[in-house]
Design a protein around this ligand. Sequence first.
Ligand SMILES: [Zn+2]
Length: 407
Amino acid sequence: MARPVSALSTREKSLTESLIRLSEINSGSLNSVGVNRVGALLSQWFCQSLNCQHQSIDLPPYTLFNTDGSRNMQPLGKLHLLRQRPEAPLQVLLTGHLDTVFPADSGFQRCQWLDKELLRGPGVCDMKGGLLVMLEALSAFEQSPLAQQIGWTVLLNPDEEIGSPGSASILANEAEKHDLGLIYEPALPNGQLAGERKGSGNFTAIIAGVAAHAGREHHLGRNAICAMAEYITALDQLNGQRDGVTINVGVVDGGVTTNQVPDQARCRFNIRTRIRADEQWCQQQLQIIGQRLNNKEGITLNLHGGFGRSPKLLDPAHLALFQLVTECSEELGVPLSWEPTGGCCDGNNLSAAGLPNVDTLGVLGGNIHSNREFIRLPSLVERARLSTLILLRLAEQPETWRRERMQ
Ligand SMILES: [Zn+2]
């Protein structure tokens, strides 16, 4: 085994300590202060270990909609870019997110040992463990003379768990400057790589009706909640109508009290798509359903949002990269393959911008997005070895992997 790869075997204890430190800083997507603390600490570790250029970038705020349709602007944390050798023959983009799904007031803030290999904690698997794998692999790779063949950019974004609304344009821009992408989302629960991924869109529907006294003038009211109920039923009936498309209504609210006909209601929903053409079909259906509501006297529906992530499909350039990763995994004695998933991530964004990428190079564990999230700690070193080997193999033949050759 190549020296930089075998030298990693003693690193689990130190990586675990760093992981507990990162995990116990809350970095829910809308806790920009916490996200910035994680970003600052990690950037400092990258700069110390790798002596790279560092740039932090402010992002525009994230817009949510209140039930009355007004805008609620939420600040996002900073995005960090760390660069090495931008003039090298092959340019690799490594990405990871700093945020988690656990808000500042979540009850899940601390790590807990489940046994000597399993650690439970917020973001340990998705994906603070993966961020450390990235740092560890680059540190090992930089020990090799082959490192001169590869320039790399590490992109740490603060908003992946809410669909990367603020970082999408920077992801697309960086994708264009690189030859391939490595993303450190956790492995699928069975340890395998994600291949094709569904696309995703997030929407907010706001319905305005007419308020009235529930007893004296009920007939003058136009009930926004009842109109929303019709809308939601129509949305749900789209499920099963088109192969691979699902609609999930996730949040509903409206009204103030029982003796008033409510004049406000809001729902938020998510749509998953299998192929690009599904987006147009969904937009048509939303148009038809929305029109039906808007034809009702006294009822106004406004729809916000759209498809932030297109489906990730595996073209020949992606397949070549997946093949390389599986060969490296076989060499290390932990053979991997890939399978499709309904989940989506920044790998969708990079693919949409034409950058072939493998997006589940992070750690093994499970129960992500729940307070039972855990990591299998030996995977910190196993996955750092895998990425180090991938980088070494890429560096052996930089010309083969240049983007113009792959297409
Ligand atoms: Zn993630």
